[in-house]
Design a protein around this ligand. Structure first.
Ligand SMILES: NC(=O)c1ccc[n+]([C@@H]2O[C@H](COP(=O)([O-])OP(=O)(O)OC[C@H]3O[C@@H](n4cnc5c(N)ncnc54)[C@H](O)[C@@H]3O)[C@@H](O)[C@H]2O)c1
Length: 392
């Protein structure tokens, strides 16, 4: 259920083991694209795998589910309003499955979810189908893949598997054994749910430290990239790289699932989220002040190139992207002539994009927002602002 960045590679990998997979997505164009053997997202090696399993008849996409032995949910879990987790997609996917469930089925939730969600879905299932109590297995198994390396990591990463009871954990372990070479660590559903949230919160806190350092170093006139490189020579220090902020729908979202439920206790986790969000505002202010200084010095408005819009290097994913927030904020301000560059997107309906090779000779200021590989050797004569370390 859900054929996005997680669901589609998972469906294709399972199908590649000779298992019959029906991939369900509420988006008809996603269904049509997959059934024609193509993919709608950028992910290395995925196109060939999907083409192969669709041609062999092992993966077929559909808009509604049919009967199955195993149901696996990988739909989005965004947050709403005051960073409260929004389970509406998980709930609607669960409700689509309920009429199809039968004795012996295994229901797996993979979507990143607040603690207690698996139990909540079980409650919804048994309210409608009380006769299935004790007769189906229900487990939570979070995903921890790296976009850009999904196929390899799906197969090789260790997995944490938490059933609502031991029988469910065991059933889910048996299922994942068909396509996961990593270890399958058994626990309960609540611990597995919290484990996923904690993994991403830990990353967020570490990045916040690097981002805080970058702002301190800017004030102290120290090159933060050199500083981190030197500090990491200590055998037990490993500082991450600062950037434009934190994006994507995992690290920028999941910590809020802890903060919203544990408001008093989650102090470092909340601060880290706030520091990483503030870093993006700081970047915007830096670009604005550089532009104003240029205008004072040259008596004309500068043209600025924003290099990269995705939430991290070498992908096309714009979700929760801090670079996109920088672009949107500056676009609202008529004082700036902006050129937007995103080498991982051919075109975008909302933004006019320009090829990075066409920037030369046309801009006064270049702001590197995402460390895409194309920008590494890129040479240009103008004011360069490096917020992602691609030039350091
Ligand atoms: N992308 C990642 O790198 C990543 C990593 C780890 C965990 N996750 C988690 O995995 C989950 C899925 O993320 P994603 O990146 O694959 O999302 P996505 O937005 O790429 O894809 C989700 C798909 O689900 C479909 N959908 C929505 N409601 C549906 C329903 N009721 N039935 C069937 N399909 C439905 C959407 O049309 C969409 O195609 C989220 O909880 C996310 O937090 C993602």
């Amino acid at each position: 259920m859900g054929l996005g960045y997680i669901g589609l590679p998972t469906a294709a990998l399972i199908a590649s083991r000779g298992i019959q997979v029906q991939g369900i997505d509420v988006n008809q164009s996603v269904v049509d694209t997959i059934n024609s053997g193509k993919i709608h997202i950028v992910e290395p090696a995925l196109d060939g795998l999907v083409k192969h399993v669709v041609e062999k008849g092992l993966l077929k996409a559909n808009i509604t589910p049919n009967n199955a032995d195993i149901f696996l949910i990988a739909v989005p879990t965004p947050f709403k309003g005051d960073h409260e987790p929004d389970l509406k997609y998980v709930e609607s996917a669960t409700r689509m499955i309920i009429p199809k469930l039968k004795e012996g089925n295994l229901f797996i939730l993979e979507s990143t979810s607040p603690v207690g969600s698996t139990y909540k879905m079980a409650k919804i299932i048994f309210e409608e189908r009380p006769e299935l109590k004790g007769k189906i297995n229900i487990a939570y198994c979070p995903e921890r893949v790296l976009p850009g390396n999904v196929i390899y990591e799906l197969e090789h990463n260790d997995r944490v598997i938490g059933g609502l009871d031991e029988k469910s954990t065991y059933a889910a372990q048996n299922f994942y054994r068909h396509f996961v070479k990593g270890e399958l660590h058994a626990t309960n559903a609540k611990t597995a749910e919290m484990c996923k949230l904690v993994e991403n919160s830990s990353r967020d806190v570490s990045i916040a430290f690097a981002n805080e350092l970058s702002m301190i170093c800017d004030k102290a006139e120290i090159n933060v990239w050199e500083l981190i490189h030197l500090a990491n020579k200590h055998p037990r220090v490993n500082i991450l790289q600062p950037g434009t902020g934190v994006g994507g729908h995992c690290i920028a979202v999941d910590p809020w699932f802890i903060v919203s439920e544990f408001k008093k206790e989650a102090v470092i986790i909340r601060n880290a989220r706030e520091i990483n969000n503030y870093k993006t505002e700081w970047v915007i202010e830096k670009i604005k002040s550089t532009a104003l200084q240029f205008e004072l010095d040259n008596n004309r408005k500068p043209t600025i190139a924003l290099m990269g819009l995705a939430f991290k290097p070498d992908i096309d994913d714009l979700r929760e992207s801090p670079a996109l927030l920088v672009a949107d904020t500056l676009l609202l301000d008529e004082k700036f002539n902006l050129l937007l560059v995103e080498p991982n997107l051919d075109e975008n309906l909302k933004y006019d994009l320009i090829d990075y090779r066409e920037v030369n000779g046309r801009v006064d200021i270049v702001a590197y927002l995402v460390a895409h590989k194309e920008f590494k050797g890129f040479k240009i004569e103008c004011i360069e602002l490096d917020f992602c370390g691609v030039k350091n």
